[in-house]
Structures are given as structure tokens and as C-alpha cells.
Design a protein around this ligand. Structure first.
Ligand code: FE2
Length: 254
């Protein structure tokens, strides 16, 4: 039978939504409790919902009993600090699994390609239920930073770069699309990341936000890009040689 997957993500694996218009006070994410958690790049995470309501970021398959990335337990000490973020995460009415703010330090385009990965969203997800996807909501205003999506991590032609001004929001099948962020500037980037179950609630919410499933990539000088890609590929090859296999073949636990 397989999982229920939303037709809107079928072609490209992502939908860019109209931006969130309201201003959110930065104290909502700056006052949260963060835990060090290795994801793609130099990151910290502030969980809002976790497997058992603790301030930790483990996949729900580590919970007792192990379960799918759904029915996240809201963390009281965090929710009290970030009511607007919680409201946004729950807005669609879809089942919410892991929900957290990610903080990413500035990096390079080569770093982003090196860090590109797939998420592990559907481990233990029962057959017949909705495929878990992720909603990314940009909090800091970083119009020159981009989310880098690739259908094939080894094919730069399959890349889409999506600019990240404050309020940018997109839903991504992040177990299908390779992804990472190239964040420029001198301050960290903050983004709300929520695991959501595919289904009619989420589809309705997406359709009400003028979704675009095929956006033009943010501009990038081709000479610069070629040099950065070469750096990234050299580092990826060295990493594969070090491990004896490509560790990005294992889905991210973050
Ligand atoms: Fe990811």
C-alpha cells in the first residue's frame, strides 16, 4: 500500500509558500534552550517538541517504545518562551513530530554542498499513514543566504537555490531531496523546522499559501560556483576515502 504522499510534491519534492508576513520577536528563538547537535555544518538546535517532552533532539526511533516521527510532545519550558513559533508549527493542523529551531553559523557554498544530506523522516512510519515531510520557516532575515536543494547530490544540474529572507517558508520532502543551507553574513541563521505528516490538513494549508513547485534558482556567478563545486567535491572524495564509504548515504538523524 505504501505511504500517502501529497501530489503537490510529486514533481519536484518541494513547495515554496508565500512568505509569512508578521514579524516575530527574535526573543522567541534567542531565549530558547539550545543543545549541541551535529547536523549539516556548525549548528545548535532548540527543540520545541521531542519524543518525550525533554530538551533533546533524538529521532523518535530512539524513544521507548520506538516510534515514528509523529506525535511530538511539546516541551513546556520551551513552549512558554516561543508561543508564536509553536502556533506556526501547529498552524496546518497536521500531525507534528520533531519540531525545533536550528541555528547555523555562516558557511560557504562549498560547505553547503559538502554538508548536503537526506533526512530520516519515515523510519517506523506505518504503511498506509502519511509520509512525513518537513516545513522550513526562516526566522532571521538572510536574503542572500539560500537553501540548496538537489534531486541528485552528484548532479549540480538538479540544484535549486531558494533565498531565505525572513518569513520564507517551504515544505520539502527532505528524505527525497538532498538539502543544506549556504548561509552568508556574520550572524547565525535561525529557522523553524517541523516534521509534518502528509494528509488533507497539510495539503489545504499549502494550497492556501500560493505554492510554487518550480522556482528559479537564486543567481550565482558561474565561475565562482565552479570553483566552489570543485572544492566541495574534493572534500567529499576525501571524506569517502577516510570512511571507506560515503557517510552521506546514511540519512541524517537530525
Ligand atoms: Fe536535514
Amino acid at each position: 500500500m505504501g505511504h500517502y504522499r501529497m501530489p503537490i510534491l510529486q514533481d519536484t519534492g518541494y513547495a515554496v509558500l508565500s512568505p509569512y508576513q508578521a514579524v516575530i520577536d527574535s526573543s522567541e528563538w534567542l531565549s530558547l534552550e539550545y543543545v549541541d547537535w551535529k547536523s549539516s555544518g556548525d549548528t545548535r538546535f532548540a527543540p520545541l517538541a521531542s519524543a518525550q517532552g525533554q530538551v533533546e533532539c533524538n529521532g523518535f526511533w530512539h524513544a521507548s517504545p520506538p516510534r515514528a516521527d509523529k506525535d511530538g510532545v511539546w516541551i513546556p519550558s520551551q513552549v512558554g518562551k516561543a508561543p508564536t513559533l509553536v502556533q506556526r508549527a501547529r498552524e496546518s493542523g497536521a500531525n507534528v513530530g520533531r519540531c525545533r529551531v536550528i541555528e547555523l553559523q555562516p558557511n560557504s557554498y562549498a560547505d553547503a554542498i559538502y554538508n548536503s544530506h537526506l533526512d530520516d523522516n519515515n523510519r517506523l512510519n506505518p504503511d498506509g499513514e502519511g509520509w512525513v515531510v518537513r516545513c522550513f520557516m526562516q526566522l532571521t532575515d538572510d536574503p542572500n543566504s539560500v537553501m540548496v536543494l538537489r534531486e541528485d547530490v552528484n548532479d549540480p544540474q538538479t540544484e535549486t537555490r531558494i533565498a531565505l529572507p525572513a518569513g520564507a517558508q517551504l515544505v520539502v520532502d527532505s528524505e527525497r531531496l538532498w538539502h543544506s543551507v549556504w548561509h552568508v553574513g556574520d550572524q547565525p541563521r535561525a529557522c523553524l523546522i517541523t516534521s509534518l505528516e502528509s494528509g488533507p490538513e497539510l495539503e489545504k494549508w499549502i494550497w492556501e499559501r500560493d505554492p510554487l513547485c518550480n522556482v528559479a534558482s537564486a543567481q550565482l556567478d558561474e565561475g565562482f560556483r565552479a570553483a566552489e563545486l570543485e572544492r566541495a567535491e574534493q572534500r567529499r572524495a576525501a571524506r569517502t576515502a577516510f570512511y571507506g564509504y560515503d557517510p552521506t548515504g546514511i540519512r541524517s538523524q537530525a
